[in-house]
Design a binder for this molecule. Structure first.
Ligand SMILES: Nc1ncnc2c1ncn2[C@@H]1O[C@H](COP(=O)(O)OP(=O)(O)OP(=O)(O)O)[C@@H](O)[C@H]1O
Ligand SMILES: [Mg+2]
Length: 309
């Protein structure tokens, strides 16, 4: 087993445009986190948050202005040895349009010195392109190119996959398929997958951990289920409503909405709330709870993002 984390990012930062101060863009402002080996890790953030810039630094495609990036414990800078263990798609993979999908993979495999016809067939099959593998890439849809990109990233049987928005351009069923495929890479093949996305549902459904980036800073990091375990929004219909609010407000944040109460609490609080209301002489007509989704959570943390640029 691998003892080092698959990725370690330590105070990593990137500022573009050096000469004129006013034109400088601090794309990434000193971020730190680790990706444990064997996990699917989500890198979530809105457009322009700094996801691609971070990934490019991680792959040694651009140099950081500050900080360091390590893969399997080794510094990435000019480290061909460790980068050989990585497969990646950054901002959409590039292919020869005039060649077929299979031929593109063959060319890539030959340049990478790991040509294996059977493996290419198996990969085409796994990403769902077998039937169209003999067609020129020119006629491929965005989704098909994404699938081909995934096959290309897997050619050298990498231990770590770094995927920048891997489900961009896929329809819902295609997304589902690729999600299962990515999950399987970690669960059955022991690979680590680091993927960026601005789609919350994506991250919520396949990732073990997530780092949320906004304006070049990490605003939250942790196990997806822990981040979501916290709060729920409860909807309570009770009469008289003022009396109900009075009974609860000391312990829980309560707001009255259209004659009902909206309470921020955990699901486990629900029976206590009901008991307190009933014992306080209030009639309870309905109690329902809605778990906070990662989407609500994301909007909340992005909304409260640090303002310094
Ligand atoms: N080569 C560059 N030169 C100047 N600014 C850049 C460069 N690359 C990125 N930026 C800027 O850095 C910031 C972060 O960009 P980045 O592409 O990393 O965001 P992202 O999170 O990948 O966004 P998206 O979801 O749109 O792909 C943006 O403000 C972008 O305009
Ligand atoms: Mg990007």
């Amino acid at each position: 087993m691998e003892s080092s984390p698959a990725i370690r990012i330590d105070d990593l930062g990137k500022t573009f445009g050096g000469l004129r101060k006013r034109k400088r863009i601090q794309a990434v402002k000193g971020i730190t986190f680790e990706v444990p080996a064997g996990t699917v890790y989500g890198f979530l953030g809105p457009n322009g948050a700094g996801k691609t810039t971070t990934i490019r630094m991680l792959l040694d495609l651009i140099h950081p202005t500050r900080g360091n990036a390590y893969i399997f414990g080794q510094h990435v800078h000019r480290n061909h040895g460790v980068l050989r263990r990585v497969g990646a798609i950054v901002e959409g993979a590039m292919f020869y349009n005039f060649l077929t999908a299979r031929r593109n993979l063959e060319v890539l495999a030959r340049t990478g010195d790991h040509y294996d016809a059977a493996r290419i067939d198996a990969l085409l099959e796994q990403v769902g392109l077998s039937a169209r593998a003999g067609q020129r890439v020119k006629g491929y849809s965005t989704g098909m190119k994404q699938r081909l990109g995934l096959a290309a990233a897997l050619l050298n049987d990498p231990d770590l996959l770094i995927l920048d928005e891997p489900t961009n351009g896929l329809d819902p069923s295609g997304m589902h398929e690729i999600r299962e495929f990515i999950r399987d890479l970690a669960d059955r093949q022991g690979k680590t997958v680091f993927l960026s996305s601005h789609l919350l549902g994506e991250i919520e459904q396949i990732c073990d951990r997530v780092a949320i980036i906004n304006h070049g800073l990490i605003v939250r990091e942790g196990v997806v289920s822990d981040l979501l375990a916290g709060q729920a929004q409860l909807h309570v219909e009770a009469e008289p409503v003022e009396q109900a609010a009075a009974l609860l407000h000391e312990r829980w944040p309560v707001t009255a909405v259209n004659g009902a109460l909206s309470i921020t609490a955990t699901r486990e609080d629900m029976p206590h709330i009901v008991r307190r209301l009933v014992e306080g002489g209030v009639d309870v007509y309905q109690v329902s709870g809605q778990r906070q989704t990662l989407e609500d959570y994301f909007l909340e943390v992005v909304g409260e993002a640090p303002g310094h640029d």
